[in-house]
Design a protein around this ligand. Sequence first.
Ligand code: IPM
Ligand code: MN
Length: 359
Amino acid sequence: MKGTIAVLPGDGIGPEVIREASGILKAVEERFGHNFTLKYADIGAAAIVSTGNPFPESTEEICRSSDAILFGAIGALEYDNNPSATVRPEEGLLRMRMTLGLYANIRPVTTYDALISLSPLKEARIRNVDFVVYRELTGGIYFGKPSFVTDDYTEAVDTCTYNRNEITRVAQLAFEAAGKRTGKLTLVDKANVLSTSRLWRKTVQDMSAGYPEIKLEFMFVDNAAMQMILNPAQFDVILTENMFGDIITDEASVITGSIGLMPSASVGETVSLFEPIHGSYPQAAGKNSANPMASILSLAMMMEHSFGLAEESRTVREAVTEVIARGIVTEDLNPEKFFTTTEVGSAISDIILSKSLAE
Ligand code: IPM
Ligand code: MN
């Protein structure tokens, strides 16, 4: 198979983890006889430096003309500590999500046997946890209008808006996903307080008549945050709005073992984007210490979603599982005994290639 992938390494540890993911892509090409063309483009702080724009038109053009997008991370300390910056790297990611219509962010939460004992959570609670979060990605308070802070910094406003269409399209994907899994869907909202959450609840309730085989449950987000630690195995598919999804998936990463392990797919109207859920972690940038697995697993999601390459996707996931089992992991997973970003990437790549030799 031939394909074109837009590669957007971004800021902080982004370039390092994306380098390893592209190494894995090479291994996949070699083993399975594919040929992907990579088109690199700037986004975030790097793009602000080169063009003044965190999502330049040239980058948008490359994204639109590709079959899939691989994204690293965005964000830089000089902006985090400067609330009055007029342009922010994160705007690049948000504009890209909006412009490309990437309305559903799919974040799977799985556990690895070899990591269960390293988790700060009790083993019995996290064994067999396997759920997926459908996070709405182009609405809500992230994109609310108006949104401003007054010139004298005495007051600020953010607005949270949703309409039925925005809820329906992501909910539809979540219902369908639940149908292919154990058939349980949990809507996480704050319908006891927020109007937008009541719209979510009503819309999803109305839709559930069309999915009689799906068991629909509702949970307030504060309770969901607690349940995720107390009894995460109760979840199958979680559907939630943009900001709640951002927060609970960072929390869910603790179940998996590290945020450095959590991939995601952002899908919608046209081309899909694959992004680790972690941020740019600027403190670790350039140190060859970041965990490349979230990016590599995002690539695995891309193989399946965008190219229909299920075996390739499974091979990458199995190679990651194998490397974890062998203890070849970065510091976030095992501070006692750890390997570098490049060592972990190479170990995964070697497994993918050695399997091909064995055949
Ligand atoms: C994520 C990130 C982004 C978000 C940031 C970098 C804007 O935290 O993908 O979860 O909040 O969506
Ligand atoms: Mn986040």
